[in-house]
Design a protein around this ligand. Structure first.
Ligand code: DGY
Length: 323
């Protein structure tokens, strides 16, 4: 029997690409250039599976490709708000993602942003590299202590809980959260986390607010001007979830006016574009969507896609089906 044909939209870790090549008829993307709408549609017409990433917008337009040969979208990543799930379902496509394998590294990255912003690490490095450092002094680049402070989590899924574990057990932080689907009591108790009735309550009481909700229609601009105003003026916002959860213009205004003290961002509203004003601000730390970017995790993510696609073509239910 002919091997199923797969189109991989970006370069993946070498060992995963080799494994894919051993099992399937694979079209890789050695140049790693993003596929256009026409390329994605051609992939849906010519392959049994399309394996996209967050940088591919799998819109209703893309999914309107005719005749449709693909039967599964094996997403490389846990978030899938770049895929129009309703349109995928309407076309009878199965969609899978890669949960769990990136939890630790994404939580580490959220903590990296938290520390970098609290301790002004980006600013300090620029200061030193710019030859501005004149030596140690008691009042130089004084920042914010982390230990013992309150961390508010918006969303309390796997990554948020991993952040809570690091923050609570590692740094004695008090954990508050708000999630419309709270976990069993013992999960929250393990990190002494308290569920707040509203997002506003989390914002008002937290020294650091870290976002961990999915992107998409329901959460777009969840952090808007009004909500930013509910944060303490001394507070710091961390976003390692999805860029559209924060109104980037409102955030710029809040950072400029001192509504909040600082922000640490790994994700942006219009990636890879970043609002120009953020680039010039000292009180922001900006990373290029690196949450899951460790060798170990990227290999595990690729292997998880492979496992899902292999199961699908063997007639078994894929482990990580989201549609
Ligand atoms: C994820 O897995 O959702 C990462 O943000 C990359 O897509």
């Amino acid at each position: 029997m002919a091997k199923p044909k797969l189109v991989v939209t970006r370069r993946w870790p070498q060992e995963v690409e080799e494994r894919l090549q051993a099992l399937f008829d694979v079209q890789l993307n050695p140049s790693d250039t993003p596929l256009t709408v026409a390329d994605l549609q051609e992939a849906l017409r010519s392959a049994d599976a399309l394996l996209p990433t967050v940088s591919d917008r799998i819109s209703a337009e893309v999914l309107s490709a005719e005749p449709l040969r693909s039967r599964i979208l094996g997403n490389f990543g846990v978030g899938f708000n770049h895929i129009d799930i309703d349109a995928a379902k309407a076309r009878g496509l199965v969609v899978t993602n890669t949960p769990e394998v990136l939890t630790d590294c994404t939580a580490d990255l959220a903590m990296t942003l938290l520390f970098m912003t609290a301790r002004r690490a980006g600013e300090g490095e620029r200061h030193l590299r710019g030859h501005a450092w004149t030596g140690w002094r008691p009042t130089h680049m004084v920042a914010t202590k982390v230990a013992g402070k309150t961390l508010g989590l918006i969303g309390f899924g796997r990554i948020a809980r991993a952040v809570a574990a690091r923050a609570h057990h590692g740094f004695g932080m008090r954990i508050l959260y708000q999630d419309p689907y709270p976990p069993p009591k013992e999960v929250a108790d393990a990190v002494a986390a308290r569920q707040c009735a509203t997002i506003e309550e989390v914002l008002e009481q937290s020294d650091f607010v870290s976002l961990h909700c999915p992107g998409g229609k329901e959460t777009r601009h969840l952090m808007n001007a009004e909500r930013l105003k509910r944060m303490k003026p001394s507070a710091i916002l961390i976003n390692s979830a999805r860029g559209d959860v924060v109104d980037e213009q409102a955030l710029v205004a809040a950072l400029k006016s001192g509504t909040i003290t600082a922000a640490g961002l790994d994700v942006y509203e219009n990636e890879p574009r970043v609002t120009d004003e953020l680039l010039g601000m000292e009180n922001v730390v900006l990373l290029p969507h690196l949450g899951s970017a460790t060798r170990e995790t990227r290999v595990a993510m690729g292997m998880r896609v492979l496992e899902n696609v292999e199961a699908f073509f063997a007639g078994r239910p894929p482990r990580d089906r989201v549609a």
